[in-house]
Ligand binder design. Sequence first.
Ligand SMILES: Cc1cc2nc3c(=O)[nH]c(=O)nc-3n(C[C@H](O)[C@H](O)[C@H](O)COP(=O)(O)O)c2cc1C
Length: 247
Amino acid sequence: MTEIANLYETIFKRKSVRRYDPNPLDEKTLAGILSFLNTLKPLYGGIKTEVKIVPQKNVWSLQPKAPHYLAVFSETKDGYLTNVGFMMQQMDLFLSSIGIGACWQGIPKLSKEALRSSNLKFVIVLAFGRPAETLYRKSISEFKRKPIEQIRDFAGADELLEPARLAPSAVNNQSWFFTGKEGVIHAYCTKPKFLMGAWIRIDIGIALCHIWIAAEHFDKNVEFINNEKVLSSHPKGCHYIGTLSIK
Ligand SMILES: Cc1cc2nc3c(=O)[nH]c(=O)nc-3n(C[C@H](O)[C@H](O)[C@H](O)COP(=O)(O)O)c2cc1C
């Protein structure tokens, strides 16, 4: 199976894994993860990012421990948080597809040593390791998500929007909304609430990643463009992120 097919299938069964086998992964598996890092597609060109595999001792967290963390660093240009969400969701799906548990974690802090390993701004970690709980959901009904009618106001693009609906988000906030017509999807996030600003922008990047993977799966070409000047109005309470042109 091709990589995209694997990632697409994983969208419909993945879940956050929070309990891990404490033993580190073997070198071969870690090398495979490092090599997949080099293939991550950015949403926006021109934003420098770095991802490092960091051991547990360099991560301060009150949450259940994982043997490894992917620490994500980025330049802080416009759209960098959404770009991080888009890129690292490819990794979340990849890890799940090869039998490794993972969980986005917005709360942990890095040790000074780990922070010094990059000149870029530390954004977030993805915890990962061998799962000590079930890795997959058995059916879509196990996803706790809003119905599709609550995240879009038009019909005809559900083969791409259903994968977005199932995307993970911080505290399962699902703060995304889509408008559009055939071949065009305008993506919005809800206006950030207290302390949720950064996470909401990462979340919409994650949902856009699922749309992109679904489009690739259906042999469609997606271009991500800014149509803000063309759009006369936006849905109430929503912040425009960008437009997907799908051919
Ligand atoms: C940006 C972001 C930050 C998150 N932070 C945490 C976290 O700090 N701790 C945690 O246990 N889960 C965290 N999560 C996981 C979400 O709680 C989880 O994705 C959501 O509840 C949906 O569940 P699912 O991933 O199992 O489908 C985070 C997810 C995202 C996208």
